[in-house]
Design a protein around this ligand. Structure first.
Ligand SMILES: [Fe+2]
Length: 150
């Protein structure tokens, strides 16, 4: 089974959306049955990298933007990381985790990305816009200064 990225999972921040698309790739990498152990190991390895880099990036963005539910949001990330660690354990014990892993990743798309991540989107966009405006303003002042004294 393969799934396709859907627009309904987009939160409107391109850098975040492109990171989120990796979840769809991971789902598509998982074989229907767990006999392809290499594929599952590859997904678990990628997930480790994904969770550490993407979550940290997302958490710094929402904290910087003053999103009021930053702590709660980060806690959900921690739970997800723990879940992936549990899968590693199960996998090392020789269990077939493929269908469980697919379910978890799909739930992550349908719930966390679609709702929890969507929820911080406006706050972060506003903050990013404000930072851009400020940088432009600074640049304008610099040009004006150079014109007068340069
Ligand atoms: Fe998140």
């Amino acid at each position: 089974m393969t799934i396709k990225w859907s627009k309904e999972w987009e939160i409107g921040i391109p850098v975040i959306d492109s990171q989120h698309k990796r979840i769809v790739d991971f789902i598509n990498m998982i074989p229907d049955q767990g006999e392809d152990k290499q594929a599952i190991e590859a997904v678990l390895t990628e997930l480790k990298d994904y969770t550490s880099s993407h979550f940290a990036f997302e958490e710094s963005l929402i904290e910087e933007a003053g999103y009021p539910f930053t702590k709660a949001h980060s806690r959900v990330h921690v739970l997800f990381i723990r879940r992936i660690e549990d899968y590693w354990q199960e996998f090392r014990n020789g269990n077939d985790i493929s269908s469980e892993l697919v379910k978890t990743l799909e739930t992550w798309l349908f719930n966390h990305i679609k709702h929890d991540d969507q929820d911080y989107s406006e706050t972060v966009k506003r903050n990013l816009q404000a930072a851009t405006d400020k940088a432009k303003e600074k640049e304008k002042k610099k040009n004006w200064f150079n014109k007068l004294f340069g």
